[in-house]
Design a protein around this ligand. Structure first.
Ligand SMILES: Nc1nc2c(ncn2[C@@H]2O[C@H](COP(=O)(O)OP(=O)(O)O)[C@@H](O)[C@H]2O)c(=O)[nH]1
Ligand SMILES: [Mg+2]
Length: 289
């Protein structure tokens, strides 16, 4: 789909720079999941800037478009700070890839950053399968998993994880959460409770609340981000399934609304299919540069 975006962009860029050109550009941006209001905003800026700077060539316009979209995007490297307990809490609706992402993030910090003492926390107690799934990721990546039985209090599981990690002097906790409860209010209350427990249990902490979004859900991802951010302030996002029929326009869309960075991009189901998010690479791929 990314390919198709840049191909379509190529077609637009071979036409004359007239009002039709700007309309086609707007349609294309909406199609690629940037959302109508952001697409209009970007095209307005492009129109204004090209007038102001007397940009006449298609190449010039393309590079102006790149600058405009880049300005919305926030890239940040997720880091494990040494000498303290780091806790990354993964949030997001069912099926977006939270549990899979935890396995891959564990693998990333171990293999790329040499972080040895990682513990996985089975905070999704809502589904029995989620606990087993996390245990499998623990085995594969050679990390300890703290879990309780299906239906247990997720806050208690995460509290136990923190206490044992402190006792064992571990570096990093990767905590899973349920994407669904009996209703939405329950889920929000649960997340607020977990948040309080973490804030109280770790003194000098590097605590990040990370939202996982499936980019095949398009603009729906923006609604999810707004809702989770309202419940517990989100620090950053992991975008999964970028290898599937995804358009990726959700990235500038979420960044512009919430002013939060993207940390990683998931490009497949394997343990190594998670890459740190790189703004420059992303925008070049999007625009076919
Ligand atoms: N193609 C692809 N599939 C993914 C990616 N990330 C996760 N998945 C798949 O999405 C499905 C749901 O993942 P899971 O981690 O169980 O989601 P959770 O409910 O949020 O914990 C699984 O089949 C994963 O293998 C990705 O980046 N690309
Ligand atoms: Mg899960």
């Amino acid at each position: 789909m990314l390919k198709s975006f840049s191909n379509k962009l190529k077609n637009i860029f071979t036409s004359n720079i007239d009002e039709n050109f700007y309309e086609d550009m707007e349609d294309l941006l909406v199609e690629s999941d940037l959302g109508a209001s952001l697409a209009i905003e970007i095209v307005n800026k492009l129109r204004e800037n090209s007038k102001k700077n007397r940009i006449k060539s298609l190449e010039g316009l393309k590079s102006e478009l790149k600058t405009i979209i880049s300005d919305y995007i926030i890239e940040e490297e997720l880091l494990v700070e040494s000498g303290k307990l780091n806790l990354f809490l993964f949030l997001g609706v069912n099926g977006v890839g939270k549990t899979t992402t935890i396995g891959r993030v564990a693998n990333y910090f171990k293999s790329v950053h040499g972080i040895e003492k990682i513990v996985l926390s089975a905070g999704d107690t809502f589904r029995a399968a989620a606990i087993d799934q996390l245990k499998i990721h623990g085995e594969r990546t050679g990390n300890r998993v703290v879990s309780q039985q299906h239906g247990a209090d997720p806050g208690a599981v995460i509290f136990d994880t923190i206490k044992s990690a402190q006792a064992k002097n571990e570096d990093l906790i990767l905590a899973d959460t349920a994407g669904r409860m009996h209703n939405r209010l329950n889920l929000i209350k649960e997340l607020e409770k977990i948040n309080k427990i973490v804030l109280n249990a770790i003194e000098d902490q590097n605590y990040k609340k990370i939202l996982v979004i499936d980019c095949t859900t398009g603009q729906n991802g923006l609604n999810q981000a707004l809702q989770f951010n309202e419940a517990v302030k989100i620090d950053g996002v992991v975008l999964t399934k970028y290898d599937s029929s995804a358009k990726g326009g959700i990235i500038p869309s979420i960044c512009s609304k919430l002013k939060i960075p993207f940390y990683f991009i998931g490009m497949g189901e394997g343990l190594n299919d998670l890459k740190p998010f790189k703004k420059e690479e992303y925008i070049n791929e999007l625009l076919g540069l």
